[in-house]
Design a protein around this ligand. Structure first.
Ligand code: PMP
Length: 422
């Protein structure tokens, strides 16, 4: 076979790439065609521009972590136990970390969790993906709150799942709406697999599910033979330090619970977990292993050392008061600057405030003028399936100092004012 000459300059390289892109277009799976570019990622990149106040990204504030101490632990793990730390490990995660994760969950009232039922995952994002692999075929239905976490929507869409949003009000997911959606879907012969829910400080709305609705939601799903996937990465970040009860606590058979170290320690370690009902464990664990072989060994050992040697409860308390202060600054600034007709939620924990403009205003076209005014937010449409415009927007207070939060809201106000009075 004659050798093909390699491109020698930029123009030839660009031509070769374009030709390959054309040839390979037909190779994409339908799944890949379903994966949308995340609006959050686009905005995240913009928000790194100097001078902008980013109220967009829900990044945790890491500056108060004991970095030197963590560095010492990392050094010790590698020098004393490096061969194990850098080796493959068990697919379900280390025994030590799974036992410690049970202690973390006990802080939010899950007192009966056993390490054997914990599957350590690559962030809770991969627990969502594994759940889709285990339970959903293309065309199956998953229910979620409207609005919901954009990363979960992307995962569901990549699995060709039909996502059906269920309305929320100021007290969270509305049980009657859930019942009605399930009845309609099941009457139409649709296969509804699970409800994906973020009961505490929902991302993006900041709303928490009212206590009296919690058991009812699980009962509705149980009666309809639908699993509940409870996603609770912010659970321990309730500002007053008294966590909301989890759906899992009283329902070990019907709720698959997902947790994460991303918001209480560090998202870059990419360690989350699933607490899986006994009867679902084997399939879940095998599917997780098929994706990652094993969760990162070194990162698990590091987290174990951190939990063992550092006052992690105190660290979470520090985060709680920091986020409470930032949330208060955001709410006060909104009250001071927002025009008539704009409303917002009052979260009791987590990272986000959800702002509602009058009906009929689409917040997406307001992003560019906001960037020009020096502030970034995430338009509400990102948090629902489909392409419907939204009169909402998400503001994150977690990663921004209080004076900047105030400045960001001050910059945003005239942009919204123009839209409201147009
Ligand atoms: N669920 C929710 C509600 C989230 O907000 C996030 C992260 N923003 C995740 C899951 C993913 O977390 P992890 O870093 O553990 O993958």
């Amino acid at each position: 076979m004659g050798e093909r000459p390699l491109p020698t300059n930029e123009a030839e390289l660009a031509l070769a790439r374009a030709a390959a892109a054309h040839r390979h277009e037909s190779l994409y799976s339908e799944r890949a065609a379903n994966i949308k570019q995340s609006a959050v990622r686009d905005v995240f990149e913009i928000s790194l521009r100097p001078g902008l106040v980013s109220l967009a990204g829900g990044n945790p504030f890491l500056q108060s972590l004991p970095l030197e101490k963590i560095g010492g632990m990392a050094y010790r793990i590698i020098t004393e136990d490096g061969l194990a730390a850098l080796q493959y490990g068990g697919g379900q995660g280390t025994e030590e970390l799974r036992a410690q994760i049970c202690e973390v969950m006990a802080e939010e009232g899950i007192t009966d969790a056993r390490p054997e039922n914990v599957v350590v995952t690559t962030g809770s994002q991969s627990a969502q993906d594994v759940a889709c692999k285990v339970f959903c075929d293309p065309g199956d239905v998953v229910l979620c709150e409207d609005p919901t976490y954009v990363g979960a929507l992307n995962t569901f869409e990549a699995h060709q799942i039909d996502v059906v949003p269920v309305a929320m009000d100021a007290h969270g997911l509305v049980p009657e709406e859930l019942e009605a959606r399930i009845a309609e879907l099941q009457a139409a012969g649709r296969s509804v697999k699970f409800l994906y829910t973020i009961p505490n400080f929902n991302n993006p709305s900041g709303i928490s599910l009212a206590p009296e609705r919690r058991q009812r939601i699980v009962d509705i799903c149980r009666d309809a033979n639908i699993l509940v996937l409870e996603d609770n990465p912010y659970g321990l970040l309730k500002f007053d330090g008294t966590p909301h009860p989890t759906l899992r606590a009283g329902n070990p058979e019907d709720v698959l619970y997902m947790g994460s170290f991303s918001k209480i320690l560090a998202p870059g370690l990419r360690i989350g977990w699933a607490l899986v009902p006994e009867h679902l464990l084997r399939r879940f664990y095998l599917a997780s292993e098929a994706v990652t072989l094993c969760p990162p060994t070194f990162n698990q050992l590091l987290i174990s050392a951190y939990l063992d040697e550092h006052d992690w409860r105190g660290q979470i308390a520090t985060y709680r008061s920091l986020y409470a202060e930032r949330c208060a600054a955001m709410l006060e600034s909104l009250a001071d600057f927002m025009p008539e007709g704009v409303e917002w939620t009052t979260p009791d924990g987590g990272f986000f405030v959800w702002v509602t403009l009058p009906e009929g205003i689409d917040t997406y076209p307001l992003l560019q003028p906001a960037i020009e005014a020096g502030v970034v937010f995430i338009p509400g449409a990102a948090f629902s399936p489909g392409d419907e415009p939204s009169n909402k927007l998400r503001l994150a207070f977690s990663a921004v100092a209080t004076d900047k939060i105030r400045e960001g809201v001050r910059r945003l106000a005239p942009v919204l004012e123009r839209a409201v009075s147009a």
